[in-house]
Structures are given as structure tokens and as C-alpha cells.
Write a protein that binds this ligand. Sequence first.
Ligand code: P1T
Length: 388
Amino acid sequence: MGNYKYGFSTKAIHTGETPDFREGATGDVVSPIHLSTTFARKKVEQPTSGYEYTRSSNPTRKALEEKLASLENAKHGFTFSSGLAAETTLLLSLLNPGDHIAAFDDLYGGTKRLFNKVFSKYNFGVTYVDATISENVRKGINKSTKLIWLETPSNPLLKICDIREIASIAHENNILLVVDNTFLSPYFQRPLDLGADVVIHSSTKYIGGHSDTLGGAIIVNDEEIAEKVAYHQNATGAVLSPFDSYLTMRGLKTLSVRLEQHQKNAFAVADYLSSHPKVKKVIYPGLESHPQHKLATSQTDGFGGVLSFEIDGDINDAKLFLEKLQIFALAESLGGVESLIELPSLMTHASVDKEIREKAGITDTLIRVSVGIEDINDLIDDLKQALA
Ligand code: P1T
């Protein structure tokens, strides 16, 4: 199924899963789960089906990889056992010791831990910059910089970076731009179309959508990058299992309807919290009060289902509020159909040093909400009773 011919939902449902009508084939409408770890061949020199061993390639994983690539308007997709496994494989594919990354200072805590505590041991340098001002990125690069790394919207402060502007700074300097597109998914944002070179996903989130499968993805157009990633995917081995590929594909088919509902509920929650006397500030790119609302509108088709807010009080008030909620689960992660809520300073971003965290704006009373697709009245009632 060609990349550009069909609309988003048609591609989400059909790409990679065309029924097989060849003689003896069963014409499955849904791609079967190919659990086999190895594939028999008739001749020593040549794999008969094109498949050899599931770490290298697997038909169920391939169906998902084709689907994901088509949704990002890309040629190549690769899927991994988690978002961090995708990031690790990308770094191993594209960097050599001594190379440097210019990264946004508001990133998922686990990504910062990977850069600061794991890759730093192998002499990779990282400079964090406030990439909401594109010129800061230029200041953060040096002659060893090979990658610029962004999340937009960022986790957990929902800051927006100008993908087009930063892509041109990257390319003027022969640097690749990586955008983590986890928060919006390709339904609302397609960074490769805006000039990025690599898209990263934690498919654990909106792409899977049901909090029941961990995964990650790398999506690219460039043949040379694709070749390097394919080599390292096989050589290092953190691939997505056939069963997780199936679950992720099943989730992906409803991405557009889920995200529309996530966003609708997120707007309603943002409006409710904005007018509550016990809430100091609400951060949601869909609100006109968000400092980069216009930029968000210029590069995305929507604002997603995650918002953050600061409760008026101290950390104990924040904890009390979180523990009183009945429907919102107090849990890490985001992007599932159920509403999740968490305290980044003690949960998702606890691995980031306090000083760095606070400098970036992740205070002790900042609360992050992944608004689910439950009935909105029930969500608002739950927030109301817990705030009371
Ligand atoms: O959890 P994993 O699938 O390995 O993905 C890591 C990751 C990468 N990028 C972003 C933007 C993420 O938010 C994450 C994971 N985030 C959480 C678990 C969280 O609660 O924020």
C-alpha cells in the first residue's frame, strides 16, 4: 500500500496487512502472529521466504514496521522491545566515542539517564539547551556534534520546539535531527515532513494505546541511516516480539479515534483545572495561554492528551490530592485509554538530578496527567472531589 495514496486511518488499518491470495494461502484479513523464531529454507544458499531468523526479521514485526513507516510518511520503520531500546540502538548505530549530542533540556528522565549515566561512560558528550529558542541549539553544537535530540511537546513540561527551524540549523552544520514523537504520535505530528531525519517513539504510549505492551520505534527515510539501524537492530537484538508486534498493530488501528477523544477530554480537563482556585497553572499546548500555542498550531494537527499543572500548596498537598483520586490511576506512563496521573519529581523524572530538574521547571508540585477516554463527567467529578 503506497505511502501517499490513502488517508491516515486507511493506512493505519491496512498497510502491511494485505490479504495473501496466493495458492494455498488463507487470505487472513489480520496479519497472523508468526511465533516461529526460525524459518526453513529449501536451498542452503537462499532463504526461501526471505525470512531467516526472527531477530533479523519476522513477518508480524515487518507488518507493524511497514504500517508505522507509512503513518510517518516514511520509507523505513524498525521496532524494538521498548522506547529506550530504540534510543539505545539509534545511538549505537549513529555515534562513535567522542561524538556529541545537543539535546533539549526537557526530555523524559529515562532518556537523560541513558545519555548521562550510560553513554557518558563511553565518552559521548551531551549539551542540554533550551531548544524552545532555536538559536540556543546553534550555541549548543560543536564540531563533534552528530545529533540534535528533541521532544516536542516535551515530557513533562509540554514545551514546543520549532522542528523546521532546528532542522535547518542541523543541516547547515551536517548534523542529524532526531525527534521523539511519542507525545503526539503521527496522527497529530509528522516530524520527517517538517525536516527531521529520524523519528523515535515509545510505542508503549499512544501507538499501543492500551497500557499492555512495551515497545519502541525508529522511523527514517534516509537509506544510509536505515541500513545502519537495520544492522544494529539485528546485531544488538532488542527487537519487538511477534506477540507485542501484534498487540501494537491492533492498537495502532484505532489511533485516530482514540487521539480525537483523548484530545477532547484533555481540553475539558485543562479548562476545568484552569478555573480552579487550588490550581496555580495549567500547561497544555492547546490553550491559548500556552507560550508556544501558535508554534504548536503551525506544525501539528492537534495537541494530544497530556497536560501538566501545578497545585497550589506543597509536595504533601500534591501527594494527598493524587492519593485521593478514584478513576485516575496514580501511575507512570501515558497514552493508554485509561487516565493516568503522576508526580514527575518523585516518579518519571526522579532519576534526573534535583538541581537540573528544578532548573528546567519540574517543581515538587508539578503534576502530569495523561487524560484517558473515559466519560468526561466522571473524570471532572473525580478531580473535583480530590481537589476538595
Ligand atoms: O518506556 P519506554 O517504552 O522505554 O519509552 C521511553 C520513553 C521515550 N520517550 C518518551 C517521550 C517517553 O515518555 C518515554 C517513556 N515515558 C514514561 C514511561 C513516562 O511515564 O513518561
